[in-house]
Design a protein around this ligand. Structure first.
Ligand SMILES: Cc1ncc(COP(=O)(O)O)c(C=O)c1O
Length: 388
């Protein structure tokens, strides 16, 4: 490893990689591991989306596209955002790119060296490294209690003269929580009063069981400062396709397009055609999504019921995503707890500390798995923790 690249010193492989590496080794050694650690739908991409990519490839749609993406997809995204999210954007405000790359570019293009970024704790594992790669400085703001509420006072305490940006993720990975009306207002006021740029990751938008998803950019004074990031991975079971989008003012988009042009050039051409088909055929009817959501809903109930029965665990009901984020009361930190469950119960979980200090004493359990596997995994966990 090159020890001299300063930018890399502060970024390590995620703690979760240690768990998945060990889980893979155990599986290769013939052990029967159930993984509740995966961050993707267990469903395959719906057939009609695959067909769209096949058709595109057969027709020779295998070349570069414009950097921002094909116009029909950008138009469909703009229309979707208008109807679903109350955002007045046209295709000129939309850039098609993998979701994670959208987040990278949003931060890289809009953060000065040494500027500060506010990030709630807990939060998804990659925001921190993204800010560090952009030579920014993270200010983590702990969410309060087991409802993981964002409080005005804690957010204000984190603001300094160098604060330039706030990153938000609602619905949230790992907690499954959506920002409520009061929190949205606090964030809006904070951003407007301090002239902050806002990066909002709404990739779990479609996986909502209760309540309503509201895009931050639709709030008064937010459109001109907010980059909204979304994608096809979670809603349409398209993680491997690497396709998503971002939307913001044309002014904000300019620097982002520079990065896209000089990094990946454009998103994969036939994946764009498939994403277009997913949007126009699926978005209005949501048939494939609904059938996935029915399954997620049942699995969520099952996992919550089982967690409720196991002594030492408590869990808020996630209103969205396919994660639960239970708190436990055993004398082990979350990395040790995850390792223990992997070795003793042969169940892979994600340690809560991977998402920040506030995630300590929690585990993230994904219910993007069959009911049989969830049932079996919970049986094994129950048995393993009896010994603690
Ligand atoms: C909150 C969040 N944002 C972004 C991503 C990245 O999405 P994609 O894999 O589509 O780039 C993930 C993936 O797990 C995620 O959980």
């Amino acid at each position: 490893m090159d020890e001299n690249v300063k930018r890399m010193l502060d970024v390590s492989f995620s703690a979760t990689m240690r768990i998945s590496k060990l889980a893979t080794e155990m599986e290769e050694g013939g052990e029967d591991i159930i993984s509740l650690a995966v961050g993707e739908p267990d469903f395959d991409t719906p057939e009609f989306i695959i067909e769209a990519a096949n058709e595109a490839m057969k027709k020779g749609f295998t070349h570069y596209t414009p950097p921002s993406g094909i116009s029909e997809l950008r138009e469909a995204i703009a229309e979707k955002m208008k109807e679903d999210n109350d955002l007045d954007f046209t295709s000129d405000n939309v850039l098609v790119t993998p979701t994670k790359h959208a987040l990278f570019m949003s931060v890289l293009a809009h953060l000065d060296d040494g500027a500060e970024v506010i990030l709630p704790d807990p939060a998804w594992v990659s925001y921190g490294p993204i800010v560090k790669f952009a030579d920014g400085i993270l200010r983590r703001v702990p969410a309060h209690g087991e409802e993981f509420e964002l409080k005005q006072e804690s957010l204000e305490d984190a603001i300094s003269s160098r604060t330039e940006m706030i990153i938000l993720n609602s619905p949230s990975n790992p907690t499954g929580k959506m920002l409520n009306k009061e929190e949205r207002k606090i964030i809006r006021d904070l951003a407007v009063d301090n002239d902050l740029k806002v990066v909002t990751d709404e990739v779990y938008e479609k996986l909502v069981f209760e309540g309503e998803h509201v895009s931050l950019a639709s709030m008064d004074g937010m459109r001109e400062r907010t980059i909204t990031v979304n994608g096809f991975s979670k809603a349409y079971a398209m993680t491997g396709w690497r396709i998503g989008w971002l939307a913001c003012t044309e002014d904000m988009l300019e620097n982002i397009v520079k990065i896209q042009t000089h990094s990946i050039t454009c998103a994969t051409s036939f994946a764009q055609k498939a994403a277009y088909r997913a949007l126009v055929e699926e978005w209005k009817s949501e048939r494939a999504l609904e059938s996935m959501m029915d399954k997620y809903r049942e699995r969520r109930e099952l996992m919550l019921e089982r967690l409720d029965e196991i002594e030492g665990f408590t869990c808020r009901k996630p209103e969205s995503t396919f994660y639960t984020f239970p708190k436990y009361e055993f004398d082990k930190d979350s990395m040790e707890m995850s390792m223990y469950l992997l070795r003793k119960a042969k169940v892979a979980t994600t340690p809560g500390s991977a998402f920040g200090d506030r995630g300590e004493n929690h585990l993230r359990l994904s219910f993007a798995n069959s009911k049989e596997n969830i049932q079996e995994a919970m049986d094994r966990i129950e048995k393993a923790v009896e010994k603690l």
